[in-house]
Design a protein around this ligand. Structure first.
Ligand code: ZN
Length: 90
């Protein structure tokens, strides 16, 4: 059974810690760009927020967030995320 975890969610590039609420392999995190809207991630292959192809999108600023660390964990402990703005190329 999934449990509420006291996971640490960090921005990969800066190490900034984001407020989060993680349950099993699901995470609601504050947007790493605008810090406003909670962004939902599911740490499971091909799910929302696991890659650049499958990003979680902030509804306030539109940035695309994805997990950089291992996404096959049953429970999240340390999560590194990266993000791109919709206007970024590559
Ligand atoms: Zn945002």
């Amino acid at each position: 059974m999934a449990t509420i975890t006291d996971a640490t969610v960090r921005v990969w590039a800066t190490g900034q810690t984001l407020r989060s609420d993680c349950y099993g392999n699901n995470a609601a995190i504050e947007c790493p760009n605008c810090l406003a809207y909670p962004v939902l991630l599911v740490a499971w292959k091909n799910q929302r927020g696991t890659s650049l192809k499958n990003p979680a999108i902030c509804r306030t600023c539109g940035c695309r967030v994805h997990i950089v660390s291992d996404v096959r964990q049953a429970e999240l402990h340390v999560v590194d995320v990266a993000y791109k703005m919709p206007t970024d190329t590559q």
